[in-house]
Design a protein around this ligand. Structure first.
Ligand code: LMG
Ligand code: NDP
Ligand code: PMR
Length: 399
């Protein structure tokens, strides 16, 4: 097995040996749119109406409410030019957990307009309000990553807003650890990989074009990864382990009726599908880096924010797990981080001037100092990254 001997040392319960801490410390915690100026008008809704799908009331409400969101665009007055304009950052899945905490952390600086890209508009609105985010620092736009039509619609809506795009954070995810049978996205891809990897892949590929146009000094594309997809750690060795195999299931479209719902072609396992999707996220970040960093200057990064054991990610897990998991991580592995702390970490990757390096998988030590971490062999496999990229392009009709 690929497990390094060090992974079973007591310290490895909480430490990646390979990490270089910024502060020289070893890790122990691994373990808007101004629509008065840029009205969407009828063009906002026409793609929905022409998509051939019946609109239900909630879709219409979401679309209408989205059109009322109003972050500021800085018209470059001579004075405004002297100071850096507000950055525009899109965060997927900002209605809860890490995404919300990151949105809050960035909004509080007053330097960012956070575009919360969420599948449940009203939930996002409530979440932003209860987090105390000031109206002028965020907007909400509808995005359901389980539908490629929705991803494309989001991109159109974002472009119609007239905002430049400076940073994209692919954060949203689903996890189905107890599912006996796969569920599917609108296009028939197994849901965990479909949302976590395929939906984000399309979004990132499309929005890369927008980021290329931005004049913001530091543009970043961040894809959230995880320790559990990395088999060079103890956490990554808790079964079922991530393993993309020869990618035959991905090539076949991740659907049991035509092949397999799993990337490696095996029998469906929800926990494995999630971990596999995180491997895809980390591989995709590196492939973006290899293909685009030099030409565009955009920084591509991934991260493990720590074990945020209290988030909605575990909503599908059994009650006993949800009760025991936070104290287990807090007192035994010591890998636990609060949503607030994890949000500050991801916010650093968005905006900290010292975290501009591209192609990096960031982690933090127990004093919350960031360091460049090592990915597992599979999650850093150049050939696999290229294959995942090309196969995903094919599934999306991009190749
Ligand atoms: C699999 O199950 C599923 O089969 C699969 O479908 C998928 O869902 C996958 O990754 C997702 O999970 C895995 C899980 C199910 O089983 C295990 O992880 C196997 C191990 C469970 C055995 C628990 C023993 C843990 C030992 C840890 C170290 C103990 C040290 C003791 C010292 C104590 C000192 C104070 O299992 C569950 O879902 C059940 C819930 C498991 C919760 C995870 C951790 C439990 C640890 C218990 C400790 C708790 C408490 C905290 C105390 C704080 C004290 C101050
Ligand atoms: P949450 O469940 O709290 O947040 C996930 C977010 O994704 C929610 O806002 C959810 O929306 C959104 N989402 C789910 N499906 C879709 C979809 N189809 N379209 C759009 N948005 C969707 O979990 P976390 O905050 O824990 O997870 C955030 C990220 O952190 C994930 O990438 C996860 O893999 C990663 N991570 C988490 C760790 C942890 O310990 N929690 C550890 C390592 C990484 P809604 O609110 O509507 O459900
Ligand atoms: Mg894990 C250093 C020890 C460590 C760390 C940092 C994590 C993180 N976990 C560790 C150890 C263990 N876990 C051990 C020893 C066990 C056996 C008791 C264990 C079990 C476990 C389960 C059942 N852990 C889990 C689960 C989940 O369902 C979570 C998961 O795999 O989601 C995909 C999970 C996690 N452990 C973590 C982290 C960060 C997770 C969650 C989420 C994620 O990767 O996004």
């Amino acid at each position: 097995m690929a497990l390094q001997a060090s992974s079973f040392l007591p310290s490895a319960l909480s430490a990646h040996k390979e990490g270089k801490a910024n502060g020289g410390l070893k890790d122990s915690a691994f373990l808007g749119v101004n629509l008065s100026e840029h009205r969407m008008k009828s063009s906002f809704s026409s793609p929905l109406l022409t998509s051939g799908k019946r609109l239900n009331a909630s879709t219409i409400i979401r679309a209408q409410t989205a059109a009322t969101a109003s972050p500021a665009i800085n018209k470059a007055s001579p004075e405004a030019k002297k100071t850096l304009r507000k950055g525009n950052v899109v965060i997927t899945g900002a209605s809860s957990g890490l995404g919300l905490a990151t949105a809050k952390s960035l909004a509080e600086t007053g330097k960012w307009n956070v575009v919360m890209a969420c599948r449940d508009f009203l939930k996002a609105e409530k979440a932003a309000k209860s987090a105390g985010m000031a109206k002028e620092n965020y907007s909400i736009m509808h995005l359901d990553l389980a539908s490629l039509d929705s991803v494309r619609q989001f991109v159109r809506n974002f472009r119609q807003s007239g905002m430049p795009l400076d940073t994209l954070v692919c954060n949203a995810a689903v996890y189905f650890p107890t599912a006996g049978e796969p569920t599917y996205t609108a296009e028939g891809f197994e849901m965990s990989v479909g949302v976590n990897h395929i939906g984000h892949f399309l979004l990132a590929r499309e929005l890369l074009e927008d980021m290329k146009q931005s004049d913001y000094p530091s543009r970043r594309l961040i894809i959230v990864g995880s320790i559990t997809g990395n088999t060079n750690t103890l956490a990554g060795n808790i079964p079922p382990k991530a393993n993309l195999g020869d990618l035959r299931g991905l090539a076949g479209g991740l659907n049991e009726t035509t092949g397999s719902a799993m990337i490696d072609g095996g029998k469906f396992d929800g926990a494995k599908a999630y971990k596999d999707s995180k491997v895809c996220n980390m591989l995709t970040m590196q492939e973006f880096h290899r293909r685009y960093h030099e030409d565009t200057g955009i920084s591509f990064a991934s991260l493990y924010p720590g074990c945020i054991a209290t988030t909605g990610l575990f909503r599908e897990h059994i009650g006993l797990f949800r009760t025991l998991f936070p104290p287990f991580q807090k007192y035994i592995t010591k890998g636990f981080v609060s949503e607030e702390e994890a949000g500050n970490r991801l916010a650093q990757v968005v905006s900290d001037p010292s975290l501009t390096k591209s192609g990096v998988y960031w982690s933090w030590n127990k004093n919350s100092a960031s360091f460049e971490n090592q990915l597992s062999q599979e999650a850093s496999d150049v050939e696999k990254a290229r294959k995942v990229w090309e196969m995903t392009e094919k599934l999306l009709g991009l190749a």
